[in-house]
Write a protein that binds this ligand. Sequence first.
Ligand SMILES: *[C@@H]1O[C@H](CO)[C@@H](O)[C@H](O)[C@H]1NC(C)=O
Ligand SMILES: *[C@@H]1O[C@H](CO)[C@@H](O)[C@H](O)[C@H]1NC(C)=O
Ligand SMILES: *[C@@H]1O[C@H](CO)[C@@H](O)[C@H](O)[C@H]1NC(C)=O
Ligand SMILES: *[C@@H]1O[C@H](CO)[C@@H](O)[C@H](O)[C@H]1NC(C)=O
Ligand SMILES: *[C@@H]1O[C@H](CO)[C@@H](O)[C@H](O)[C@H]1NC(C)=O
Ligand SMILES: *[C@@H]1O[C@H](CO)[C@@H](O)[C@H](O)[C@H]1NC(C)=O
Ligand SMILES: *[C@@H]1O[C@H](CO)[C@@H](O)[C@H](O)[C@H]1NC(C)=O
Length: 782
Amino acid sequence: MFSRNFCHALAGVSALLGMLTSPVYSLGSSCSAPLTKGSAGPNDPFWMENITHQGISAYNANPSTYVVFRNVMDYGAKGDGVTDDTAAINSAISSGGRCGGDGAGCDSSTTSPALVYFPQGTYKISSPLIALYQTQLIGDARVPPTLLAASSFSGIALIDADPYLGDNWQYYVNQDNFFRSVRNFVIDLRQVSGSATGIHWQVSQATSLMNIVFQMSTAAGNQHQGIFMENGSGGFLGDLVFNGGNIGATFGNQQFTVRNLTFNNPVTAINAIWNWGWTMQGLTINNAQVGITITQGQTCAQTGCAQGVGAEAIIDAVVINTPIFIQNSAPSNGALDGSIVLNNVKLTNVPIAVGVQNGATVLAGGSITIDTWAQGNVYEGTSGNPIFTQGNLASIQKSSSLLDSAGRIFQKTHPQYIDYAPSDFVSVRSQGAKGDGQTDDTQAIQNVFNEYAGCKIIFFDAGTYLVSSTIQIPAGTQIVGEAWSVIAGSGSAFFDYANPEVVVQVGAPDSTGVLEITDMIFMTHGPAAGAIIVEWNVHDPSGQQAAAGVWDTHLIIGGSAGSQFQGSECPTSQANGYQPCFTDFMGFHITSGASAYLEGMWVWLADHDLDGGENLSLYSGRGLMSESQGPVWMIGTAVEHHVGYQYYLKGAADHYIGLAQTETPYYQPDPVPPAPFITVSAYDPQQIGQGAAWAFTVENSQNILLFGAGFYSFFQDNNSTCQTSQNCQSQIVNIDTQSTISVYSLSTVDTTYQLSISGQGIINRSNNPNGFADTVTAWTRS
Ligand SMILES: *[C@@H]1O[C@H](CO)[C@@H](O)[C@H](O)[C@H]1NC(C)=O
Ligand SMILES: *[C@@H]1O[C@H](CO)[C@@H](O)[C@H](O)[C@H]1NC(C)=O
Ligand SMILES: *[C@@H]1O[C@H](CO)[C@@H](O)[C@H](O)[C@H]1NC(C)=O
Ligand SMILES: *[C@@H]1O[C@H](CO)[C@@H](O)[C@H](O)[C@H]1NC(C)=O
Ligand SMILES: *[C@@H]1O[C@H](CO)[C@@H](O)[C@H](O)[C@H]1NC(C)=O
Ligand SMILES: *[C@@H]1O[C@H](CO)[C@@H](O)[C@H](O)[C@H]1NC(C)=O
Ligand SMILES: *[C@@H]1O[C@H](CO)[C@@H](O)[C@H](O)[C@H]1NC(C)=O
C-alpha cells in the first residue's frame, strides 16, 4: 500500500471464456449425479442474471437492506443503444451508501461491496461510469454487452476507477485503490470523433480486467485509447482485445502482470510511461506502427526526479507486420533505465525488434523468433559483478508441464461457467449457511461440500462466513463467490502458533481433481496465531493442465470491519501487546502433492485499516509456502507484510512465477523475525531473514522460473528514514546452492543486497540503480 509522492514522466467477443472442456471429477462428495456439462439453453442469459440474489454485506450498518447485486435494468437502464443509460448505471453503482465521491471522505471500505450486472444489450454512455471502491462491473458472459460511447461523450474514460476532483485530488489514493473488476464487455469508442478512452484504470492490488474488446477507430489521426493507467500498485489484467485506436493501452504503474492481450491495427499498441517492473505474458500485436514505446526517465533516487519505465519482462509474444516492436525513448548507454527481457518472441515482418526513437537499432528484427534477449545488468552464479548486456542470453529452461502445446507458458482464464444454468449451482445460503459474520457456519458449509461437490457449482452468496474448525473442500469442487464472499477462521481452534490448524483445506492430501475457486476472500478473525488460512493439496488430473486453481481470490488478513484486527485492537503503538494481533500462522500453503494455477491473487496482511484508516501492526507468521512438485503457475501474485517470509519454496519443482510482488513488515527489526512467532522447522527456512523478512527464499528446489519481481522494503521501526540511505533491509532474496532457478527482471527497493546465496549477499544494489528501484535484469546459476 506504500504511499509516496514522487513524480514521473508522463508521455502524454468471443464468449468462450470459462467453458469447461472436460468433465468435473467427483472424488470427495457423495453426490449421485456428477455435473459433466452445463444445462443452459442456447438463448438463456448468463447464469448470474437469474440465480437467486441473496448476498449481503455482513458488517454494513444496515445488512438487511444493503443490496450487493444490482442489475442495471432495475435502475432504469434500457440497453437499447439509443437511450442514454449513463445516469441509470451510475445510480445502480452508487446507491445504498457506497464508498467514495466528491466530499464523501471515504478512501476505502469493506462493508459496501457491489456486483453491478449488465444484461445483453447496447448501453449508450455520455460521461464516465464511476467504478466505486469494491465494485465489480460484469456483463453477460455469453453475449457480452456493448458500452457505446455517445458521439457527445465527454470525460476521462467510459469507465473510471479513480476520478480526479481537481487540484490533483482523487476519490482514492492510487496505491490503495483495491477491489475492482470489470468483465465481459465490448467498449465501443467509434462514434466519438475526437479523443476518447475506454477505461481509466488507476488501481492497485486485488483488481482485474478480463474479457473486454475495445473497438476503436482505424482512421488516420484518430485519438482513441483503450486503457489509460497513469499510476497505482497493481494488479492483474488479461484476455483483452484492442481493435484500432491511436494507443491500445497506456501503462504506468509500480508493477503489474498482464496476460493475453491482443492488439489489432493500432498506431501504438502499448505506451509504457513508467514502472518499477512489469511482466507481460502472451502478447499479440498485429499491424501496429509501434508495438511498445518505452519512456525512459532520468536515473534518480529520491525526490524531484522523473521515473521512467524501469523494467519490462515479456514472454511468449507474437508480433506481425509492425515496423518496430519496442521503441526506447533514449539509448540505454549502460544506464539501467529500461531493463528489458524478451523470451520466446515470434516476429513476422518486424524489421526492428528493439530500437531507439530517431536512433539506432538495438536489435534487428525480420521474421525470426527471439529466444532470450536482454538489455540491462546480467549476473551469473556467485559473482557480484554485473555484465551490462544488450544481447542474447542462454535459453530459459522450462519444465514441459508448465507449457501449452505451442511451447508457451500455459494460460487459463478465470472460469465463468457460461454454459451452466442457475439450476447447476447450489447456494450455501439456501443450504442454511448465514454468512452474517456472527453465526458459526462450519457445519452448514461442510454439509454443502459433502453433499454437492462435483454435482453442483457451489455458490457463496455475498457475505462473511465464520468457521471455527477446518473446512474440507473435496477434489472435484468448483466454488464461485459474489463480489468477494468471505470465509473467515475464528475461535480457539486457531489460537496456538505452536500447533497450527488449517482453516480451508483444498482437497485431501494427495487428491486429484478439478478444483476452481473464483471471487472469494479467505481471512481470520482475531486472534488466530495458529491459523494456516489455506492449505492447497489438490493436483490436476492427468492431461488437464491448470484444472486446480484460483482466480480473483485473495487472502485479506486483518484491517477490515468485523475482523477484530482493526485500529482499536492493533495500532502501530502496539498498545495492546502482540497477543490480540496475531493474525495467522501462515497464509497459503501448497503441499508437495499439489499443483496450482494462481492468477491475480493477493495474500495481504493489512498494514492499515480499510474501514478506519489507522495504520496497524499485525503479525502473520508466514506468507506463501510451496512444496509442490509442480506444475505451479503464479501469474500476478503478491504477498505482503508477513513476519518470516513472503514466498518460500521448499523442495519444490516446476514453478513459473511472474510477476511476484512483496513488501516487508514496517515494524521490523522490532521484533527480529521469527519473533513474535517461534520457528517451526516444517514451515520455516533454515536461514531466517536477518532482521527482516525474506521476500523470496528458495531451498532445494528445481526448475523454478521467476520472471518478474518487485520486492520492496520501505521502513525500519515504522520509520521511512532508511529510504534516504536506501537500506531499509540488508538482504531480501535467498537461494541455496542446491536449487536450480533463474531470475529475470528483479526490481527491489531500499535493500542493500538484491540477491543472496545461502545467506551471503551477492548482488549489491549500488550497481543497479534504476530510478526509485534497483534492477537485476537477469541472474542465472551459471
Ligand atoms: C432472468 O431474469 C431477468 C431479469 O430479472 C428476467 O427478465 C427473465 O425473465 C429471467 N429469465 C429466466 C429464464 O428466468
Ligand atoms: C498520478 O498520475 C497523474 C498523472 O500523471 C499525476 O498528476 C499524479 O500526480 C500522479 N499521482 C501520484 C501519487 O503519483
Ligand atoms: C485470450 O483472450 C481472448 C479474448 O478474450 C480469448 O478468446 C482467448 O481464448 C484467450 N486465450 C487464452 C490462451 O486464454
Ligand atoms: C513501531 O512498531 C513497533 C512494533 O509494532 C512498536 O513497538 C512501536 O511502538 C512502533 N513505533 C511507532 C513509532 O509507532
Ligand atoms: C500511516 O503510515 C504512513 C507511512 O508512514 C503515513 O504516511 C501515514 O500518515 C500514516 N497514517 C496514519 C493515519 O497515521
Ligand atoms: C524516524 O527516524 C529519524 C532518524 O532516526 C528520526 O529523526 C525521526 O524522528 C523518526 N520518525 C518517527 C516518526 O519516529
Ligand atoms: C555496495 O557497493 C558500494 C559501491 O561500491 C559500496 O560503497 C558499498 O559498501 C557496497 N555495500 C556492501 C554492503 O558491500
